[in-house]
Design a protein around this ligand. Structure first.
Ligand SMILES: NC(=O)C1=CN([C@@H]2O[C@H](COP(=O)(O)OP(=O)(O)OC[C@H]3O[C@@H](n4cnc5c(N)ncnc54)[C@H](OP(=O)(O)O)[C@@H]3O)[C@@H](O)[C@H]2O)C=CC1
Ligand SMILES: CC(=O)[C@@H](O)[C@H](O)COP(=O)(O)O
Ligand SMILES: [Mn+2]
Length: 386
């Protein structure tokens, strides 16, 4: 029985992780979970899965929930709560499915406690990749990718020697606006942007996908997980999201991982690794029915956020932290309808240009830069009268 701690249980990855646990009750047990504001769903989950440590975002919610749950359940809140969930003494695997850099500290704590990490929260690696990877190395902890592209690359690399990799080819669907020209993006709505063609995901990642920042964050995530320089990580437009990513080797062979777009597959793989388990859903890939797959060259002028991410990754130091924090604030402002879609990239560019990069930052410096960038971007938004 693999015992699981789940950060972000009420989200898209969280609920799909619970689906996988539900499909294999004899193999997995949920021992702890965190939610944000969705207390009603949390109550149902506690009743169904019986975790003994639970965390919510706010103190008042924690106090209310504590009165309603069985006596053996402890309810925590805030960042300390996320850490308590990650450190459940019985947990073997911690699934990091919260959104945003709030995932960093609980992930680091879980690594220090030698828990295996099934990492969905890409912002953790973007904002502090060098620290997370060093801690994982020091404590002998595996980071198992949940993100579909990274799970694909991880599967393509099974049994291969790292030195024989030529390049990684990360596929991108193109997101909600892939058929629009740049000039058509000025007046798109939040609803349009949230309408991803292939995946049903949380709001923040769906907007990231539309700006192509998601792919930028994934390039940085791939750099840290697989240790390749940015010059050897390419992005390829592939609108069907059937090939989840590929690896080219020195002998010119390319290995790809394919499947229907269903996040429960990479989630299950991370939970069962190094074994595979039957996927208890009838949906299977049918290439004959699909007929054709499409591929296009990435246009870095059309998708400026991807260019920003490559720049941040190559420069390194505190710049990826700025990229991530500015993006989180700008996307939230777009979702609140305070800024337009194209202003997301303007705000990120402004924050990156204003930043003086510090090399090899400590965790404290990263937290400081993260906080300062968030304030700065909010000021940029106010200065624009928005
Ligand atoms: N969705 C997907 O298919 C994929 C997602 N990912 C990555 O996985 C992560 C999660 O994405 P996704 O599931 O889509 O996101 P969702 O927005 O659907 O879910 C986020 C979860 O985090 C909780 N949460 C949000 N903010 C906080 C906070 N400040 N403190 C504590 N908990 C918080 C939410 O709680 P509540 O809802 O209760 O308020 C919810 O449980 C992201 O990093 C994303 O990039 C990667 C690949 C695919
Ligand atoms: C399911 C998943 O892993 C997402 O990160 C997905 O990749 C988003 O799709 P695009 O960013 O390719 O549009
Ligand atoms: Mn992905």
């Amino acid at each position: 029985m693999r015992k699981i701690s789940l950060l972000g249980a009420t989200g898209s990855i969280g609920t799909q992780t619970l689906d996988v646990i539900r499909m294999h009750k004899d193999k997995f047990q949920l021992v702890s979970m965190s939610v944000g504001r969705n207390i009603e769903l949390a109550k149902q989950m506690i009743q169904e899965f019986s975790p003994t440590i639970v965390s919510v975002m706010h103190k008042e919610d924690a106090e209310g929930l504590q009165m309603e749950v069985p006596g053996n359940v402890r309810v925590y809140w805030g960042e300390e709560g996320l850490i308590q969930v990650a450190l459940h003494p019985d947990a073997d695997v911690v699934v990091t499915a919260v959104v945003g850099s709030v995932g960093l500290i609980p992930t680091l704590e879980a690594i220090r406690a030698k828990k295996t990490i099934a990492i969905a929260n890409k912002e953790t690696l973007v904002t502090a990749g060098h620290i997370v990877m060093e801690e994982a190395r020091k404590h002998g902890v595996s980071l198992l990718p949940v993100d579909s592209e990274h799970s694909a690359i991880f599967q393509c690399l099974n049994g291969e020697e790292n030195r024989s990799i030529s390049r990684l080819i990360v596929t991108a669907s193109g997101g909600s606006f892939r058929d629009k020209k740049r000039e058509e993006l000025r007046h798109v709505t939040v609803e349009d942007a949230l309408n991803h063609p292939n995946w049903s995901m949380g709001a923040k990642i769906t907007i990231d996908s539309a700006t192509m920042m998601n792919k930028g964050l994934e390039v940085i995530e791939a750099h840290w997980l697989f240790g390749l320089p940015y010059e050897r990580i390419d992005v390829l437009l592939h609108k069907e999201s059937i090939i989840h990513s590929m690896v080219e080797f020195e002998d010119s062979s390319v290995i790809a991982q394919l499947g229907t777009p269903d996040m429960r597959v990479p989630i299950q793989y991370a939970l069962t690794y190094p074994k595979r388990l039957e996927f208890l859903d009838e949906k299977r890939l049918n290439l004959w029915e699909l007929g054709t797959l499409h591929f296009d060259k990435m246009d870095f002028e059309r998708y400026r956020c991807l260019a920003f991410a490559y720049e941040a990754g190559k420069v390194g130091g505190t710049l990826p932290t700025v990229l991530n924090a500015a993006n989180e604030v700008a996307v939230e402002a777009f979702l609140q309808r305070r800024v337009g879609f194209l202003q997301i990239e303007d705000l990120i560019e402004e924050a990156m240009e204003a930043h003086v990069v510090s090399k090899n930052p400590t965790l404290e410096e990263i937290q400081l830069v993260d906080g300062q960038t968030r304030k700065e971007v909010l000021t940029f938004i106010k200065q624009r009268g928005l």
